[in-house]
Design a protein. Structure first.
Lengths: 70, 202, 159
């Protein structure tokens, strides 16, 4: 983790737009957004691999839907 | 796990002066073994003694350290830190980098969340008459903040304080968002970039 | 990650921490059952039952003390003390781990070990009877097994 490697990312226009929006919203550089996404992806993947399920609960707590991912 | 070692300073409570110590980025097997060998027996005997006297005993317990550390190995979202002085682990911290801020002015932005922070039993006033070292909390907070800045989170950190430590986080300038029912009522604290700057200023 | 702290900064900020025990995180805390029962020791009758219960169940599973300590990931000395010293109060975690390995009801074991309050007369009586009946046993005979199983069934029924 100490030494960093450089990679070129090829993104579509919509993807780039989302990246920029998130970057603005989260007050993060685009690189930081991608790194954060990677951390979250790995976390979710590990839990799902263990057999867990990912749910999103609505704000009023009345609805809970499974997020079919990965 | 990064492997970096930084020079830090602790307060030697016997002399009141400072001593040099090391901050490790990454909790190693050696740290875990040391905790199991030197923290556990001391903690156990102190707790037995406190129970016997009927005194309310402290809120800290680290009997699931190894489990926690093993669970986070290889996961990018977790980072561990250890403060070591003369070969002995003086404090341990686990942080998570995927939590969002709750404070309205920074809601939704990422922060470094201190999942777990504890000092060795011989440093705790609730466990021993004469705690040996102080300043570990300061070092760990500074470490969490530094990590936050490195990750582009502008120094933002968050944590749930144990009741006896509330004053410390307030002293450091963190905002107390109140008791969190989802964490057994522990108060939740956050730090803004401005508070961070004030805390770190020379 | 490299941290840069100056001696100066530490000196000036040391007062913030002073005599405070710094800690954070839910996992740094004892479980809440401990908090409420901290200063109430269990009556001797229930503590007399824990030792033989663990001892006989361990033997039923054909485990040595060392193997039990290893599987439960607890200190050997603690297992020995639990089995042989009625005045010894084990850590809640130790009780949980042992209950898990031996497939005994953890909640009841915590009461027997003195970590949580003992509920009622019937519980106490059953503990005393079990302790008396299980005293001085060498090999687990079918009689002993029956005594043990009856008692465990009773404990499992506790809410």
């Amino acid at each position: 983790m100490g030494g960093k490697k450089t990679m070129t990312l090829n993104l579509t226009e919509p993807e780039m737009k989302v990246l920029e929006e998130l970057s603005l919203k989260k007050d993060l550089s685009k690189t930081a957004v991608i790194r954060q996404a990677l951390r979250l992806y790995q976390l979710v993947d590990v839990r799902l691999t263990e057999g867990g399920k990912l749910f999103i609960e609505s704000a009023d707590k009345n609805e809970k839907a499974e997020l079919m991912v990965l | 796990m990064n492997g970096d070692i930084s020079k830090v300073w602790l307060v030697d409570k016997k002399t009141g002066g400072l001593v040099e110590a090391s901050l490790y980025d990454g909790i190693t097997e050696a740290h875990l073994k040391d905790v199991e060998k030197s923290w556990m027996p001391k903690l156990r005997s102190e707790l037995q003694r406190l129970r016997a006297t009927g005194r309310p005993h402290p809120q800290s317990s680290h009997w699931n350290w190894r489990d926690k550390v093993e669970h986070m190995r290889g996961l990018l979202a977790y980072r561990g830190f250890a403060v070591v002085h003369e070969g002995h682990t003086q404090g341990l911290m686990l942080v998570k980098t995927t939590h969002p801020c709750r404070l309205p002015i920074q809601r939704g932005k990422p922060l470094v969340y201190v999942d777990y922070l504890e000092t060795a039993p011989w440093n705790q006033r609730e466990l021993v008459m004469q705690p040996q070292f102080g300043g570990i909390g300061l070092v760990m907070l500074a470490a969490a903040i530094t990590l936050s800045r490195e990750e582009g989170f502008a120094g933002r950190i968050g944590l749930h304080s144990l009741p006896q430590a509330v004053k410390f986080y307030e002293n450091c300038g963190m905002t107390n968002l109140g008791s969190d029912p989802s964490k057994q009522g522990l108060p939740y604290f956050e730090m803004t970039p401005e508070q961070v700057a004030a805390f770190l200023e020379k | 990650m490299k941290l840069t702290l100056t001696k100066d900064w530490v000196v000036r900020r040391a007062a913030l921490e002073n005599d405070i025990d710094v800690a954070a995180g839910l996992a740094a805390r004892h479980p809440s059952i401990e908090d409420s029962q901290a200063s109430v020791p269990a009556p001797i009758e229930t503590r007399l039952a824990l030792g033989p219960l663990v001892h006989l169940t361990r033997r039923k599973h054909s485990l040595s003390i060392e193997k039990l300590a290893e599987e439960a990931r607890v200190d050997l000395a603690e297992v020995i003390s639990i089995e042989r010293d009625p005045s010894f109060r084990p850590e809640p975690r130790t009780v949980f781990q042992i209950a898990d390995v031996l497939k005994l009801p953890a909640k009841s074991l915590l009461q027997l070990s003195g970590n949580t309050a003992v509920k009622d007369e019937a519980f106490r009586d059953a503990a005393v009877r079990f302790a008396a009946r299980s005293a001085s046993v060498e090999r687990l005979t079918s009689e002993e097994r029956k005594i043990l199983e009856e008692y465990v069934a009773f404990l499992s029924r506790q809410r």
